[in-house]
Design a protein around this ligand. Sequence first.
Ligand SMILES: O=C(O)CCC(=O)C(=O)O
Length: 305
Amino acid sequence: MVAMHIYDLDSDAIERISNPSINDLKTLFVNTRKPLIFPGLANREFSFIRSLNLDLFSKMTKRVPVMTPSKSGVNLFIKYDDMPMNEFVESVKSGKKLYIGAQKIHGERGIPTDINGLSGLADNIDIPRWINPECIASSNLWAGSGDNSTVLHFDPWDSLLVLGQGKKEVVVIPDVETPRCHPYSAYNFFALNEGRVLHSQVNPLNIQKKFQAEFSKIKAMRGSLESGDVIFIPAGFWHFVESQEVNVGINFFIHLADKSLFQQEPLRTFWIKDNITLKPVNWFWRIKSRFFRTIRKVFPKRIAS
Ligand SMILES: O=C(O)CCC(=O)C(=O)O
C-alpha cells in the first residue's frame, strides 16, 4: 500500500456563510450539527483578535506550556515545555517549530484563569454579547511558528475558532464516522494515562497501513481559513488542523445545549472515560507520585548520587 495523508480523503467543501445575522449566530450553538466557516467574521465580531500578536506576547513573562511536534510530526497535547511567553516569541522568530495549543485564557463562564499563565490576555478580549457566558467552558490560545499540525481529535464542546493571523487548513470528519477514526478504547489505561482521551490512533500525516482501508472510506469536509475567518466545529466531530505561517487564534469552547448527544459516539465513550475509567488511572498516578516524593524525602542522597 502507498503512503496516505488525511488530505487524500474524499471531501466536500465546508459551507461558508458570509455576514450572518446576530440571530443566526445565537442559534448556532443550539441546533447546528455541521461545521461552518464565517469568512471575515472576526473583523465584525472579534476585532480584538488583531491585538493578540507577537508584539503583545513579547511583553509577557509568565511561563506557558508549549509543544514541539511528536515523532509522527503532529502536536499531541501530551508533553509540554514551560517557557516564558517572551522566550516563545524569540524562538518562533528564530524559526523553531513550536505551538501553543488549547491553553486557557478564560475558564468556566468566561472567567479569566491563570492556570496556563495567560490570564493577562483576558484584558484584550471582548467576548461578544451573543455568546452566553453561562455556556462558556473556556477560551484558549492557539499560536505557533507555522507548519503546526494538531492531532486528529474531537472535543466534548462546540468550538468557535477565530483566526487572527496566519492560515489554517481544516479537515472535519462527522461524528457518525467515529469507528473509522479508531478512537482509543475507554479501557486503554496506557492511552488514558498519556492523556489521549479525545485522540484518534490514526496519524493524519502518514496513515498507518492497518487503518488505511477503513479510513479511506470516510467522507470528510475540508476548508481553508485566512486571517479574520472563524470556523464552527460541533462537539464530537473529528478534526485535524494544519496552521501555516506565524499564526495566532483563539477558540471558545461552548457547553452543549443538547446533552443527549452524550448518548451517541464518540461523546458516549468520552463520558465513560472522563467519569469512570480515567478515575482509577488518576488515582494510580497520584499514589505513584506521592510514593516517589516520599522516597526522595527519606533517601535524598542515595537518589541524588
Ligand atoms: O487550530 C488548531 O490547531 C486546532 C483547533 C481546535 O482543535 C479547535 O478549535 O477545537
